[in-house]
Write a protein that binds this ligand. Structure first.
Ligand SMILES: [Zn+2]
Ligand SMILES: [Zn+2]
Length: 565
């Protein structure tokens, strides 16, 4: 909304291009351009379906930003979830300016950049809520919101055509664990002053009512702490610092020592403690190696693996394959996270394995041990009513969530004194705001790029997702026949290379060795592991990938095919 009475002839338009997150859950990334200044909001990843073998991460196609090389002046991050920061190492090379984010978000971003060997120098800039930074024609204000992790912000961006509000991810938690409240006042003030467009999180639009506070899980956990006679193992997302704090407080109350288990859990707990977001009484924390040296009823383990990821802590503990944590009949395992769609089977397998250890399993369906971090319908309506934008753009969701959010928005504003116009956009749509108003006009390149983290850089596109990978290093299919009942190996596995170039003289022996790698792997596994199809497929993939890398320096795409006979 421009301020002057006589509309000036605007030489340019504000162009907003969602590159990810409008049409799927994940890889949230959005570019805002005015003239030759572009800023990017968030740089997220999406995780592949289990059947997308050889793919570890998915990021948006960034060619729109490549076209604007040299003009991308800043990356602004709303919070530290992977679907908002996981793509930073891939996107940051296209940015010539700083990364602006809150302290905790930057603490999660920094190790990612280091892992990728990216030298950021002094380009990481810590911001606080209500702070304002200026990037070219943009004046960016950070506004505190509540979510499932600390230090999350929404953005109010003043542009030459008006103010854009981007909510980031949020719910309205009125009893936040850290006492940092959702800044409803600021949203209302902005609304009173006039907002051109609101971009709002649609994740939970299909849920009625209010989502509820993080503290809601305390009651269920109190019951669990009271009744558990052995070790308590709780799996949650490693970014769920609030959940960790609730568990730590209960552990203090019920005289249990706390151990963090799993690499990202240990890393994030450390960062959260360092920055004061997680408080653990002195002497209460033990290391994972010490877990078995304490009586089991005195230990709480907070672990990774709530999604059943085969290489993470809980799935390993569940099959008795973890170095430091074992499960017994008196122990209780709690899955304190939602199942990300696509992971249900892997999670079900983990639950079965835990049950075989004799331990009790509690999940969301049994007790209220998880609460969502995203606002439900009433919270989304409230934000819309406070901000009263001229244009509304639903973000963060599949098309059905975006469309529903659009419908809800029309209902909320139907009787409002000034009408809200809904712009239903998808990845790659160019949303233009100029003197004539706002509309979706034109297409920017958009899509998905699939990443194999064992390699530096990207691998291919969706159609032939590993095209470049295949071209460079080829493909190895391992056909493995196993006994349906025992899971044991039947005969020698067939290793079929395609486009994987080795010297002819070495080829045969290399493939024989690969077959024996599989044999050894099967010999070293238990009956329980062997009969777990998903687990063995992942194991074979990891082992063979390691083997080929070591022997040839190449990283062919490995596709294990397990045939039950
Ligand atoms: Zn989030
Ligand atoms: Zn998100």
């Amino acid at each position: 909304m421009y301020q002057s009475a006589t509309p000036p002839v605007l030489p340019e338009a504000l162009e907003i291009v969602p590159l990810g997150g409008l049409g799927e859950f994940g890889m949230n990334t959005m570019a805002l351009s005015w003239g030759n200044t572009t800023i990017v909001i968030d740089a997220g990843v999406m995780f592949p379906d289990p059947d997308q073998l050889g793919v570890d991460l998915i990021i948006p196609d960034l060619s729109w930003l490549e076209q604007k090389r040299g003009q991308v002046k800043a990356l602004v991050l709303t919070h530290g979830h992977e679907d908002h920061i996981g793509g930073v190492p891939h996107l940051f090379p296209l940015v010539t300016g700083p990364i602006y984010a809150t302290a905790f978000t930057l603490a999660l971003v920094q190790p990612k950049l280091e892992e990728h060997g990216i030298d950021v120098g002094d380009r990481l800039r810590t911001v606080r809520p209500r702070e304002i930074v200026t990037v070219g024609p943009f004046r960016i204000e950070f506004i505190r919101v509540t979510h499932s992790m600390p230090d999350c912000v929404a953005l109010a961006i003043e542009t030459p055509v008006g103010t854009i509000v981007h909510t980031g991810d949020f719910k309205i938690d009125q009893t936040p664990i850290d006492g940092q409240h959702f800044d409803l006042h600021r949203f209302a003030e902005l609304g009173a002053r006039g907002v051109l467009a609101l971009f709002a999180d649609s994740t939970n639009i299909e849920r009625k009512g209010f989502t509820g506070s993080e503290i809601e899980v305390i009651e269920a956990f109190e019951e669990i702490f009271t009744s558990c006679r052995g070790k308590l193992v709780v799996a949650t997302f490693s970014s769920s610092i609030y959940r960790m704090q609730i568990l730590v407080d209960l552990a203090a109350q019920f005289d249990r020592m706390v151990a963090f288990v799993g690499r990202s859990m240990i890393q994030n707990a450390e960062a959260a403690q360092r920055l004061g977001f997680l408080r653990i009484p002195t002497g209460m924390q033990i290391r994972d190696v010490e877990v078995e040296s304490y009586p089991s009823q005195e230990v709480l383990c907070i672990t990774t693996g709530s999604q059943g990821e085969p290489q993470s802590a809980l799935p390993r503990i569940a099959i008795d394959d973890h170095r430091y944590v074992k499960l017994g009949p008196d122990d209780t395992v709690v899955l304190s996270a939602r199942a990300i769609p696509g992971n249900e089977k892997a999670i079900a397998r983990v639950i079965n394995h835990v049950a075989r250890r004799g331990a009790d399993v509690i999940h969301d369906g049994i007790k209220h041990v998880h609460v969502s971090g995203h606002g439900s319908e009433e919270e989304l309506k409230l934000v819309l009513s406070l901000v009263r934008p001229r244009y509304f753009v639903p973000i963060h969701g599949e098309y059905r969530q975006l469309a529903r959010h659009a419908r809800v928005a029309r209902r909320v504003t139907a009787a409002a004194p000034h009408r809200v116009e809904v712009l239903l956009a998808e990845d790659g749509d160019i949303i233009r705001f100029d003197a004539a108003g706002g509309r979706v006009e034109g297409k920017a390149p958009a899509g998905r790029v699939l990443i194999d983290v064992t390699r530096v850089g990207e691998v291919g596109d969706e159609v032939l997702r590993d095209r470049r990978h295949l071209a460079a290093d080829g493909l190895v299919v391992a056909v493995i026949a196993i006994n349906k009942q025992t899971g044991s190996l039947l005969g020698t596995s067939e290793i079929i290379p395609r486009g994987y170039v080795v010297e002819a003289s070495q080829a045969e022996s290399l493939l024989q060795e690969a077959a024996s790698v599989i044999e050894k792997l099967f010999e070293a596994t238990t009956l329980e592991e062997r009969t777990d199809h998903g687990l063995m497929t992942e194991r074979v993939r990891v082992e063979l990938r390691r083997f080929f890398k070591k022997r040839s320096g190449r990283r062919p795409l490995v596709l294990p095919v397990l045939m039950e006979i």
